[in-house]
Write a protein that binds this ligand. Structure first.
Ligand code: SF4
Ligand code: SF4
Ligand code: SF4
Length: 1012
């Protein structure tokens, strides 16, 4: 059944691990080279007195709910393992209460789950099985002696529940498991099967202590009164004799601080009111309580501390998860958790032990740890691509700083760190450059699903990005420019000005930062474009047809180049005296130089494109058709936009006119204070040009929404801010009299389907004094020539076109900005590619858009997985590329339960295929969030079922083993057939997958030894 997780018996867990390790050098999909070994053998003593090989581990949550999750955590470097919380409400009851998918870790993470979905008894068994398995595998795989990790149990939520028999048995069982059935079962199984192991022997088994866990974290619900928290903590210390942490809420910081901090860091869209802040434990009462509990623990010879922090309850605003309230974690929680750590440490002079969780990752863990905060647990970072593999990097980072004695917290350094974290732009929302989901629009295929979303779904011209990134990183610039110019006719211009939609889909965005594609393209162009041009030969004409292109902007030159190099004569007619339209005449020269534009023009010339400049603006298609077989119109969008104000239109300077004059060095007399109305890239250009104009002292951008919703790229917004240009948010200009700009104050409204917030007027007016106001709210297309030439327009006044952009007139195409208004250079080029392909198809000419294959070794690709890296400023940047179309497997990495596996199988385009294991999945949805296709791997990939009940409750295509030869198969058409291998009842692909599973992955196909 979809969200029902089935436990795996201890025997099966061990045989699975050993078999996978032996045959594939991996365990639950984690490659052996990603196992963490503390090579220095420099261990630490944690705040609880445990000897650990590392202070890192999974926070109580999805990564510690099943035995295989805990084993995987350990193998990758986790040594402080917070077991998923248990409480009296469990099993079926809690499963009914948790709506799925329950995790959304797109950026900061949201979830609507709480404690284990297993029964408490089942959870206990999972934790004991994992405990034994770690002891065995650590020894067997030569990781350690198996005594370098600690469990921490987590219980909730009230004293009455914690005192129930069920929870008490759980606590007592983990304190001493010797009398429990599962402990005996694991022990006996190992005792009888020692011959399975090479390095684990009877003496090792004898050393396994039944004292599984001696510490506990108390997790209470929001609003739990202070005296109840104290009573439970006292009970856990006094009665249960456990070292105790009390989990604190970020609400202890107070509403004002939390709101102000999140707003400052760009998380202003996260909605919460002050009720939790009022109802939760208050800082002062917490301090008083902690002081008493510290004294009590000292008297009892036990340890006491706080766990910082719980997730933060916020409102569901954009359907993040299917619930009314959700819990936030990850990078937006980091400033709150660290600030609370600072506040409490100050109060307790660094002597209050703090177990930390909240936005820790490879970029900040060293600093947090060195200050004395430990252990440090994670959940959000491990939910992202790379998954559990990320533990290895953080464990290695802190290893040199491990200390055998706990020294307390350095309050001074923590104060500096807390402030640094709030100021560091890496932690600000804008660091993700406005990208929400990285997903693209393709359906998730059943087989052969790997794709590089940068080029396939991101880049409109399908630039072969991973390929040229690799070549540039190897300094093979001549080859790189060849790959680039296959799809791109202006490598220098796009290497300088591209808006880079590819970056919005780059897998690296979920690690650290998208690759710098534009910069790498420019490096290739700078090194090799001249050489490419020198060696270019004009292609022979392959057709007697001729193409007239009207407009020598990026779209026009691109279509002419694509066609000419494929053997079709092209002539470009341009009304101006120079090529490259907006790029040449409008975009400021501090963004692109004359030489750079010229270089791309020469590339077109070198390939045989002919140009006629200074042509009449009023083209006549009928006339052109007498000489030319095809006409492509690419005349751009140059018409003045409607005025951004209702009154005083005549006082507003048009953006394009302004930029044109400024570039032509015509006098621009703006006065001292200038406003730019608008928030796109053109507005940013206007503001920056105005800032450089003589006499101008102050420039401001006036925008009706907030910075988050500005259409300009974050890169351009950052440039504007660096130049001290002000941004006035939430102001809608109404009138301008040449001196005063009157604006209405706006406020953000509800979210629309795209996740953008509407704006509403407040009726309140503000007056701002400006000497000049530039209107940059978007240019329009002049359609008069379309009409004169009898090109049909639609109800929006846009030309009516086919999918190949052909108009109502045969062989007359319309592309670029004049097709539907101002867009990007790369989109204009994409239009050109579509039309070029269509014309070549009509002329039966095979196009030359060659696909290159520049492979990376699998070993190299896998070695990068889970490793966060800084952006490189030089050609080495390409080494950060993960080559997603060669190896994706994100769904395998991000599954906390290991329910997606990669199998190697013959007979497909790619030998790696993805299979889903239904019995291990609880439909948390995490793999769906990160798969680059629109689909969900847990629903759309070939699925192995372990029980008939699960098979019946699912629609997934897949197999259920009935007996050794017979399988029940749901096929691609939804038919259910009983199938014996070789009897041709299922597709060749499914058959091939099934055969491979039987031969090489028996351990996950077999259901006979799986306990239901
Ligand atoms: S990591 Fe490389 S292949 Fe993957 S999306 Fe980014 S640039 Fe493309
Ligand atoms: S397969 Fe996907 S939905 Fe299922 S548990 Fe794993 S990540 Fe969650
Ligand atoms: S995430 Fe998984 S299912 Fe999606 S493309 Fe990658 S390998 Fe395929």
């Amino acid at each position: 059944m979809g969200d029902f997780m089935r436990s795996i018996s201890f025997e099966h867990l061990i045989s699975w691990c050993l078999e996978e390790y032996k045959t594939k050098a991996s365990v639950f999909g984690i490659r052996k080279d990603k196992f963490y070994v503390n090579k220095s053998r420099n261990y630490m003593t944690d705040v609880l007195g445990d000897q650990l090989a590392s202070p890192v581990g999974p926070a109580a949550g999805p990564h510690s709910q099943l035995a295989q999750n805990i084993i995987t955590s350990y193998l990758t470097g986790a040594r402080f393992i917070e077991l998923k919380t248990v409480q009296k409400m469990d099993g079926e009851e809690i499963r009914q209460a948790i709506k799925k998918p329950c995790i959304n870790a797109e950026d900061e993470c949201y979830n609507c789950e709480w404690s284990t979905e297993l029964t408490v008894e089942e959870a206990f068994a999972e934790y004991i099985k994992a405990y034994f398995a770690i002891k065995v595998l650590a020894k067997e795989f030569k990781i350690s002696e198996g005594n370098d990790f600690a469990y921490n149990m987590s219980v909730g939520y009230d004293l009455e529940g914690i005192k129930t028999k069920k929870i008490d048995n759980y606590i007592e069982g983990l304190k001493d498991a010797s009398k429990t059935e599962i402990f005996k079962e694991c022990y006996e199984y190992l005792s009888k099967n020692l011959d399975l192991f090479e390095n684990f022997a009877q003496e090792d088994l004898n050393k396994i202590s039944p004292k599984v866990c001696s510490s506990i974290t108390l997790s209470t619900l929001h609003g739990c009164p202070a005296d109840e928290i104290e009573k439970i903590a006292t009970y856990l210390l006094k009665e249960k004799k456990l070292n105790t942490f009390v989990k604190c809420n970020p609400t202890m910081l107070g509403y004002e601080f939390a709101r102000k901090t999140l707003d400052y860091m760009g998380y202003d869209y996260i909605v919460f009111d002050d009720h939790h802040f009022k109802e939760d434990l208050q800082f002062d009462e917490a301090c008083t309580m902690i002081k008493r509990l510290l004294l009590l623990s000292k008297d009892l010879g036990l340890k006491f501390g706080v766990k910082l922090t719980n997730t933060f309850p916020v409102d569901v605003e954009r359907n993040e998860v299917p619930a009314d309230e959700m819990y936030m974690s990850g990078r937006a929680l980091l400033p709150l958790s660290i600030s609370l750590a600072q506040k409490l440490s100050k109060e307790f002079d660094g002597k209050l032990p703090i177990s930390y969780s909240g936005g820790a990752d490879a970029f900040n863990i060293e600093e947090i740890f060195k200050i004395g905060i430990q252990p440090i647990t994670m959940a959000t970072s491990i939910l992202k691509p790379g998954g559990y593999n990320r533990f290895k990097q953080v464990a290695e980072l802190v290893e040199p700083h491990l200390n055998s004695q706990y020294q307390g917290i350095d309050v001074e350094k923590l104060t500096i760190l807390a402030e640094k974290i709030i100021q560091d732009e890496r932690n600000h929302k804008s660091y993700r450059e406005k990208v929400r989901s990285r997903k693209t629009e393709s359906e998730l295929p059943l087989f052969d699903c790997y794709k590089a979303p940068c080029k396939d779904g991101g880049c409109p011209i399908h630039q072969q990005i991973p390929e040229y990134l690799k070549l540039v990183s190897q300094e093979k610039y001549d080859q790189a420019i060849k790959v680039i110019t296959t799809d791109n006719t202006a490598p220098t211009i796009l290497g300088t000005l591209c808006s880079q939609p590819c970056r919005e889909h780059c897998t690296r965005l979920d690690y650290d930062k998208s690759l710098s594609m534009k910069a790498m393209k420019k490096i290739a162009a700078d090194h090799a474009q001249e050489n490419l041009m020198r060696n270019l030969k004009k292609s022979d004409l392959k057709s007697n047809k001729k193409v007239a292109v009207i407009g020598a902007g990026p779209a026009g030159i691109a279509v002419a180049t694509f066609l000419r190099r494929n053997g079709i004569k092209t002539v470009v007619f341009e009304k101006l005296d120079q090529p490259y339209g907006i790029v040449k005449h409008i975009i400021p020269s501090f963004r692109i130089s004359e030489e750079e534009i010229k270089r791309d023009y020469q590339l077109a010339l070198a390939q045989g494109v002919e140009f006629r400049f200074g042509q009449p603006a009023n083209y006549d298609i009928k006339e052109l058709k007498k000489e030319y077989d095809y006409v492509v119109i690419a005349t751009g969008a140059w018409k003045k936009a409607p005025s951004p104000v209702k009154e005083g239109k005549e006082q507003i300077v048009d953006a394009l006119e302004f930029l044109w004059n400024a570039k032509k060095k015509n006098k621009v007399n703006l006065g001292c204070k200038v406003a730019v109305i608008g928030a796109g890239d053109v507005a940013m250009d206007c503001a920056r040009v105005a800032k450089r104009a003589q006499g101008v002292e102050e420039v401001a951008i006036v925008y009706r929404r907030t910075e988050t919703y500005m259409p300009a790229s974050q890169e351009e917004i950052n440039s504007v801010k660096k130049e001290n240009i002000k941004i006035y948010e939430l102001l809608a200009p109404i009138r301008y009299d040449g001196k005063i700009l009157v604006c209405e104050k706006m406020k953000l409204g509800d979210y629309d389907a795209s996740g953008r917030r509407s704006v509403k007027g407040t009726g309140q007016m503000v007056e701002l004094a400006f000497d000049s106001v530039i209107g940059a709210t978007g240019a329009k297309v002049d359609t008069s020539n379309f009409e004169k030439n009898e090109i049909l327009l639609d109800e929006k006044g846009r030309p009516q076109l086919t999918n190949a952009f052909e108009s109502n007139q045969e062989n007359v195409y319309i592309i670029g900005d004049c097709r539907k208004g101002p867009s990007t250079i790369v989109q204009a080029m994409a239009d050109a590619k579509v039309v070029a392909k269509d014309i070549m198809k009509k002329e039966s000419i095979k196009d030359d858009f060659i696909r290159y294959s520049i492979e990376e070794s699998e070993q190299t690709i896998y070695s990068k997985r889970g490793i966060l890296e800084e952006v490189k400023k030089d050609q080495r940047e390409g080494n950060r590329c993960l080559k997603c179309d060669q190896i994706c497997e994100i769904c395998v990495e991000v599954c906390p339960n290991r329910a997606n596996i990669m199998i190697e199988v013959k007979g497909f385009e790619k030998s790696h295929q993805i299979v889903h294991i239904d019995g291990m999945c609880n439909e948390c949805g995490n793999c769906g969030v990160f798969c680059p296709h629109i689909g969900n791997p847990y629903k759309d990939k070939v699925t192995i079922f372990w029980t008939k009940e699960d098979f019946d409750l699912s629609d997934n295509i897949g197999f259920l083993r009935l007996d050794n030869n017979k399988y029940l198969v749901r096929t691609e058409t939804g038919n259910i057939v009983e199938h014996i291998v070789g009897d041709s009842k299922i597709s060749q692909e499914l058959e091939q997958i099934l055969i491979t599973l039987i031969k090489k992955y028996e351990y996950c196909l077999e259901n006979a030894i799986v306990k239901s």
